[in-house]
Every structure is written in structure tokens, then in C-alpha cells.
Design a protein around this ligand. Structure first.
Ligand SMILES: [Fe+2]
Ligand SMILES: [Fe+2]
Length: 404
């Protein structure tokens, strides 16, 4: 009953906020090389069709004429929605690796200058945050703010972000989510942190139709190349495959692509996957259909190509499995980390407790992941900044480069 009252209050407040949130969001994604490209996504009440970013390696205080470079992009609306909001996507290319760029965007009113830093092209260390199942509850804001204090290079999100359920009537959820993101995940130099987003069940509606009609916000707001599964490389040490746990595309339909892509990426020192529904759940049932499908269609490729870690979500808990090979502990197995508890109401671990869990609790958290040439260190951090779990994944001896 208390929970229902709390939600009722949230919805009343959201109703009051509807219409008084200005859609002036600016945020970053990738659809290509993370060291030489960036996609600037921004939302504005116009201008019709003119998507443009002005950028430079020196700050120019938002004076559009002073920036040395400009790029054009494309714009559109949420499908079936025309509230005057334009969602712009501008891809910047031929950037220098590991370099700070300053930019401003074309809009009917003056935008503040922001900056971003491209990923390194070499084996420099990388830090990223992973989390999912966020919502617009107060805890989400505290966790995002805490995550920003770790100054990540990017954030890997595992679905169930604003909980709008793909419903255009819940657009204000995203306005609040993006406003908070801008407020809390903007670093020194007004530097924005790129988002890598997997899709979750709460990004999708039941209305049928095309992928963009079924997951309107996920595909319209986040330009990641137009697919719900893709891969990205980060410097010389890390590659990540982002997968769709049967929200738009089935596990089975992605299996050939997954095997081919992991085969191409297998020489990276560290290989990770990110998706929403866990193969090894901590709260949900082991025999839940999507978990079974993940173990059936994806797990063989994870194990064949030496995936180091899979970031799972959806169960609203903190979880770390033993390294697993076909469900049993193995030194050469895959570690499954999760389970999406970055703001949404947390859940407890299912009883009887699954034997594959090395650590699990109903603790809100995010993962801070530091990747070097020899180690991938994953730390779960709670909203107060306390480290509540950690695991170090070292380069397997067999995978180490030969000594000269
Ligand atoms: Fe969730
Ligand atoms: Fe979920």
C-alpha cells in the first residue's frame, strides 16, 4: 500500500511538471569509432531541419562564427508526435583521439558551450560506469551524481532507464531523466559523458509496428546506428558488444552476428557484453524464458570467444557470479555482474539462493570499471560512495602477449 501511495505522488508531480520542462537536452552517443567520432544529440523547439554543430579544440564561448569546424546532421520527431520538438543528431568525424573538443549547437536560442573528450586510440587506461534500471525516483539522481564523481570516460547503461514503457504520453519522464543527466553527469569544462545504451523491457510498448514505433524513445533519442545490438571498441584494450534481450530482436536472431563479431574482437585483452535480462538471474526465475534463451543462443559464443564479463540488469539487485562455464564455476569462465539497481526500487535475492552467485544483495549501486592492458577492475559503489563489492579480472596467462 505504501508503495502505491508513493507512486501516486510521483505521478501527480509528473503531471504538474508536464509542459513546463524545456526540451533543450544535449547528450552524446556513438555509432562508430570511439576515438575519432562522436554523435551530438540535442533536442530543441526547432529549427526545422537545421541540425548543426560547431566545434573546435579550443573553447570559443559559444560564438558560432569562431569555431574552426562545423558538421551537419539530421533531425526528426518521435513517431506520431509533433509537439514542435526536434530531435537532432549530428555526427562528428575525423576527430583526433584522446582530445578535448568544445562545441555548441544550432538552435533558436543560445546554447552554452559544452565539451567532450574522444577515447584514446592506444592502450591508455579507460574508466567507465555501468548501471541500469534507473527511473526518475530520487535515488536515481543521487546515484548519477555519485557516479559522475568518478569522472568516467563513458557510461554503459543496461536498459529500463526512464520507465516510460515506450508510451508517448510519458514523454515527461524522459525530460526529467535527461535534465538530471545534464545536471549531474556534466564534468569539469562542462564536459559531457557519452552514453552507450542497451534496450530494456521498459523502453518498449505493446503497440506493435516498426522497431521505432515499438521503442520510440530508445531509437529516436539515442543515435547509436539504428540497431538495438552493436559493438564498440575502446582504445586497444576493451571491446563491448551491446545486445537486445528479446525486446525488439530475439536472442536467436542475434546469435550469428554475435559469434561473428566476437570472433573479430577476440584478440582484445578484455571483451565485455551488456544487455538487459540476465542469463544468470538473482531475483527472477532461472527458467524464465528470456534467461533460458540467453543461455541457449548467446552463452556458447561468450564461452568460445573468451568473453571476460557480461553486464546484466533487470533484477534490481547487486550481483556477481563465480566465473561460469556452462553454469559451473571455472577459472576460464565468464563473470556475470548485475543486476541493474541504479535508482529503481530494489529487490531481494531469490530463495533458495542460486549456487552460481558469489555475491548478491538488494543494494542500490553502479559499477565503476577500470580497464588497463593487464587488468579490468570492477567495483560496485553505492550512493554514499562506499565500495560494496569488487572483482579484478586479470588477463588470462594464455592470452598475454608473447614475451620478446
Ligand atoms: Fe527494471
Ligand atoms: Fe527490466
Amino acid at each position: 500500500m505504501m508503495m502505491q501511495i508513493r507512486w501516486a505522488v510521483v505521478f501527480v508531480v509528473l503531471g504538474l511538471l508536464q509542459g513546463c520542462v524545456t526540451p533543450n537536452h544535449v547528450y552524446l552517443t556513438w555509432r562508430g569509432d570511439t576515438s575519432t567520432t562522436m554523435v551530438v544529440n540535442y533536442q530543441a523547439p526547432g529549427p526545422n531541419g537545421a541540425s548543426r554543430v560547431y566545434y573546435d579544440t579550443e573553447p570559443r564561448a559559444g560564438d558560432k562564427g569562431a569555431y574552426r569546424f562545423r558538421a551537419e546532421g539530421a533531425s526528426g520527431h518521435l513517431p506520431g508526435d509533433d509537439d514542435g520538438r526536434w530531435v537532432h543528431h549530428v555526427g562528428l568525424e575525423n576527430l583526433a583521439p584522446d582530445t578535448t573538443y568544445y562545441f555548441t549547437v544550432e538552435a533558436p536560442y543560445r546554447y552554452t558551450e559544452h565539451s567532450f573528450k574522444t577515447m584514446p586510440g592506444d592502450d591508455s587506461p579507460i574508466r567507465f560506469i555501468n548501471g541500469g534500471d534507473m527511473s526518475i525516483l530520487p535515488k536515481e539522481a543521487r546515484l548519477v551524481k555519485r557516479a559522475a564523481s568518478f569522472t568516467p570516460d563513458f557510461v554503459l547503461l543496461g536498459g529500463d532507464l526512464a520507465y516510460e514503457n515506450g508510451d508517448l504520453g510519458n514523454k515527461v519522464f524522459w525530460d526529467i531523466w535527461l535534465s538530471r543527466w545534464s545536471k549531474y553527469m556534466t564534468l569539469a569544462n562542462r564536459s559531457l559523458v557519452p552514453i552507450v545504451a542497451a534496450i530494456g523491457n521498459h523502453e518498449v510498448n505493446d503497440g506493435g509496428g516498426s522497431p521505432v514505433e515499438r521503442a520510440p524513445f530508445y531509437f529516436t533519442y539515442f543515435d547509436q546506428g539504428g540497431q538495438s545490438h552493436f559493438s564498440l571498441r575502446f582504445g586497444a584494450n576493451l571491446a563491448i558488444v551491446v545486445l537486445d534481450s528479446d525486446h525488439i530482436d530475439s536472442h536467436e536472431s542475434q546469435a550469428p552476428w554475435l559469434a561473428e563479431r566476437l570472433g573479430e574482437l577476440r584478440d582484445y585483452p578484455f571483451l565485455a557484453a551488456a544487455y538487459h535480462v540476465p542469463l544468470y538471474p538473482s531475483n527472477g526465475g532461472f527458467d524464465e524464458r528470456k534467461s533460458v534463451a540467453g543461455r541457449t543462443w548467446w552463452q556458447p559464443a561468450f564461452e568460445e570467444f573468451g568473453l571476460d564479463v557480461a553486464f546484466e540488469h533487470h533484477d534490481h539487485t547487486l550481483k556477481r557470479t563465480f566465473p561460469l562455464r556452462d553454469g559451473a564455476p571455472s577459472e576460464t569462465g565468464v563473470v556475470y555482474l548485475g543486476d541493474g539497481c541504479m535508482g529503481m526500487i530494489r529487490r531481494e535475492i531469490r530463495e533458495p539462493r542460486p549456487a552460481y552467485l558469489a555475491e548478491a544483495s538488494g543494494t542500490s549501486h553502479f559499477w565503476v570499471v577500470d580497464v588497463s592492458a593487464t587488468e579490468m577492475r570492477c567495483q560496485a559503489v553505492d550512493e554514499d560512495g562506499a565500495v560494496v563489492d569488487a572483482v579484478n579480472l586479470s588477463l588470462a596467462p594464455s592470452a598475454a602477449p608473447p614475451k620478446s
